[in-house]
Design a protein around this ligand. Structure first.
Ligand code: GLA
Length: 393
């Protein structure tokens, strides 16, 4: 980890503890560092039981919590300078307000599952940019539930926390898979996670990138998964999978099918055909990527990232003009691999490059992007991170 990232990490912790003390006039008793995530490869296949390879990063939501001496509970966000007061016996309507609705909804789901918290006070700070595709909502939900579990002594597995966070997203309109929640809860500082969402098996892949670096480039195009595009892709892909299964009389997920089998199907809906082609080919790329990383073949790993971008652009249709432009410039600048990352429709492009290429790439990309889109793309260093739950009492 670089020194600058250690400093960011420390400052967000101190900020959160100071914020808590300023607001509640007492020190917090529990602190949770809840990371955002990147995804190396395996995009839009977690919800089809595919393989994915995410990692937790050193961008965090920090949650400081302490007991409340009133019967209401309070949550204060330092990022938005806003507070929610949650009455002891009552529900409140958070409206469509981004961070508040996650807190209210997850408390509702916890109650339904039999987890009723003692009154609490919470302060939140964050270094995860919102809407950049780095899973700030998964970090918030998983971190908040982790803090409540620690506070109330709930014995609750990480898998269960992930499911509660996922149910919250579903109820709020994003029918997501479990990749973001697993990455945030189970990611390790020195590893990528190879997650098999068929049998829910996780393998930690220790990372030594040698002379290569990972960078995120924020397109600054706001990414919103609740507006229907994500859900539609998933419906189309599920429908195509049903057609494949019924034609070949097979059961299981996309990994049971090959591109040859897809091509040999009688003609069916072109859009659904493309969604299926992405899911089948992406699954194969994840396996190849894992092998390439194990062998330290980052040039091949990078080629697979470019192939994923093409598939997300043409077959899954979740890219955007801005991300495509960055990827085209990356190819020209000799970047090993680049692709739109996460849910898509904006957010970040993930790049893998020899560190010696970065300065020249940036010098070309930034003015060209500014000229074309009137926005300044932000380069974000990526270091791996992990969740930490600390008892301060
Ligand atoms: C979002 C979802 C994940 C996953 C990705 C795409 O981040 O929350 O479950 O589907 O999009 O890979």
């Amino acid at each position: 980890m670089s020194n600058s990232s250690t400093l960011i990490e420390e400052s967000v912790h101190i900020d959160c503890e100071i914020l808590f003390s300023e607001i509640y006039h007492v020190a917090p008793t529990i602190k949770v560092q809840s990371p955002g995530r990147i995804n190396l490869i395996g995009e839009h296949i977690d919800y089809y039981g595919g393989y994915v390879m995410p990692a937790a990063i050193d961008r965090y939501i920090v949650i400081c919590l302490g007991p409340a001496d009133q019967s209401d509970s309070k949550v204060y966000s330092g990022t938005f300078d806003e507070q929610i007061i949650i009455p002891a016996n009552g529900t409140i309507d958070p409206g469509n307000h981004h961070w508040k609705k996650y807190i209210i909804k997850v408390l509702e789901i916890l109650l339904e599952s039999g987890y009723k918290s003692r009154p609490f006070n919470v302060a939140l700070t964050s270094t995860i940019p919102v809407g950049a595709g780095l899973s700030s909502s998964a970090a918030l939900l998983c971190g908040f539930v982790s803090a409540l579990a620690e506070y109330n002594g709930w014995l609750i597995s990480l898998e269960k926390i992930a499911l509660i966070a996922q149910t919250t997203e579903h109820r709020l309109g994003t029918p997501c898979g479990l990749m973001d929640q697993y990455a945030s809860l189970m990611g390790k500082k020195d590893s990528f996670l190879l997650i098999d969402f068929d049998g829910l098996k996780i393998k930690e892949i220790k990372v030594d990138l040698k002379e290569y670096v990972l960078r995120l480039i924020n397109t600054k195009v706001h990414h919103e998964l609740t507006d229907g595009g994500y859900a539609r892709r998933r419906r189309e892909g599920e429908s195509a999978l049903e057609s494949l299964k019924s034609f070949y009389s097979k059961s299981g997920s996309y990994r049971e099918f090959s591109i040859d089998e897809l091509n040999a199907m009688p003609p069916f809906d072109q859009t659904e055909f493309k969604r299926a082609r992405h899911a089948i080919s992406e699954h194969q790329r994840v396996i190849q990527f894992a092998e390439a990383v194990a062998q330290g073949d980052f040039l091949f790993a990078g080629e697979l990232m470019y192939a994923t971008h093409e598939s997300l652009k043409h077959d899954y249709a979740v890219s955007c003009e801005e991300a495509d432009f960055i990827v085209e410039e990356a190819v020209k600048s000799g970047v090993a691999g680049a692709r739109i990352m996460g849910g898509g429709f904006g957010g970040c492009v993930l790049c893998l490059m020899d560190y010696s290429v970065e300065a020249a790439f940036k010098e070309v990309l930034v003015p060209a992007y500014e000229k074309k889109f009137g926005l300044t793309p932000e380069f974000i260093d990526v270091n791996l991170g992990e969740r930490v739950v600390t008892s301060l009492a």
